[in-house]
Write a new protein. Structure first.
Length: 384
């Protein structure tokens, strides 16, 4: 009997389902061997690998997640699977038997994260034990069927040198980024979803001198700087009873008591903006984080919206932003390509803050000065 026989696979599934404990790698191999099928060693390993992907991994999506260049895998339905290999989403030849199979995978992956997804709570946003970020939604909020989105965190730290090689950062901009980190200037990395904000921030943090202590505050563990002294605080979602949640705003306050040389907020998107701005105005030089924004000019409006929602008045947001943040590193994504588009300066113009480009990275690869070029040069050439 060949290892790809559905009958054999079903019998092995039955053995594992009947076991009193969750399936493990060892249990998978034992269940395969217990069938006494005429299988060679490689066939046994192939069958165990298939069952491992189905019962412990991401099923038919597992080979895609294992590809070194894949950053995202999305499932729009049983016959609509896409992945991003750095060139934008493209269809792949992966299929599920039906929508029920997609739902079963979503439920199992959520359980692997210690979360649940069902009709009562038809969505989940969590991180798998492998570090892959999971987002799934079920009907009725996804009326056409279950939807899955898997984000693969970079398997190795990315350096600014590597970003220059890929064209994400022009070589002429690298010295400016080095001075940005050496001068301990507080900054924000901005851009749209999937623009590469986390990748660029991790690369910049890798340039921080080894004697400094980085304290990272994140919703999910995505930042992986190549730095010898890094500690991390992770937010916690509420349990099934709705209790036990720990938000980023709480973690930012805890991080301030951990003797950080650099306080880093992986993504500023809620009430934590109040504590971050306060920290950047109380002697914590070199602090940084990422913020979703369509352009660098939109950053003040974005921070204002977050701050006002968290209880700050508009004037306080602009005042603290002007005093606490000096530079914005803005990224764009187009045609599947991610790149640093601007190095901009935060300016105080009367009661409000504006962000003006200092250096512009054009799509043709050239670096050109912007309206705030002189101010950026003075800021990054100043002694720390």
């Amino acid at each position: 009997m060949r290892h790809d026989s559905e009958e054999l696979v079903e019998r092995v599934r039955g053995r594992l389902a009947a076991a009193s404990s969750p399936p493990t790698q060892a249990a998978l191999l034992a269940a395969v061997r217990a069938e006494n099928a005429l299988l060679g060693q490689q066939e046994v390993l192939d069958l165990a690998g298939r069952l491992n992907a189905e019962m412990l991994g991401a099923g038919p999506l597992e080979p895609l997640l294992a590809e070194p260049d894949v950053t995202d895998v999305v499932v729009n339905g049983p016959r609509e699977v896409y992945c991003d290999r750095g060139r934008g989403l493209e269809p792949v030849d992966v299929r599920f038997p039906d929508a029920a199979a997609v739902r079963r995978l979503a439920v199992r992956l959520a359980a692997a994260c210690g979360r649940r997804i069902d009709e009562a709570v038809p969505w989940v946003d969590a991180t798998l034990p492998t570090g892959v970020r999971l987002h799934a939604v079920l009907p009725p909020i996804a009326p056409e069927g279950p939807l899955l989105s898997l984000r693969v965190v970079g398997r190795r730290p990315m350096s600014v040198a590597r970003l220059c090689e890929t064209g994400a950062v022009p070589a002429d901009l690298r010295p400016w980024l080095e001075r940005l980190m050496a001068r301990r200037v507080s900054f924000l990395v901005t851009g749209g979803t999937g623009a590469g904000k986390t990748t660029v921030l991790a690369a910049l943090l890798s340039m921080v001198p080894g004697g400094e202590r980085l304290v990272l505050v994140e919703d999910t563990a995505e930042l992986r700087p190549d730095h010898p002294h890094t500690v991390r605080l992770l937010a916690r979602h509420a349990n099934v009873e709705g209790a036990g949640a720990v938000g980023l705003d709480v973690l930012v306050r805890q991080a301030l008591r951990m003797r950080p040389d650099r306080l880093v907020v992986g993504e500023v998107r809620g009430a934590e903006v109040v504590d971050l701005l306060a920290a950047l105005n109380t002697g914590h030089d070199g602090g940084c984080g990422t913020v979703h924004a369509n352009s660098s000019a939109d950053v003040p409006a974005r921070m204002e919206a977050l701050g006002v929602a968290a209880g700050l008045d508009r004037a306080a947001v602009h005042s603290q932003l002007a005093a606490g943040v000096r530079v914005v590193v803005h990224l764009v994504r187009g045609g599947g390509r991610r790149r640093v588009a601007e190095l901009a300066v935060v300016r105080r113009t009367g009661p409000e803050v504006t962000v003006e480009p200092g250096l512009l990275h054009r799509p043709d690869g050239h670096l050109v000065p912007g309206p705030a070029a002189d101010e950026l040069a003075r800021l990054l050439e100043a002694e720390p």
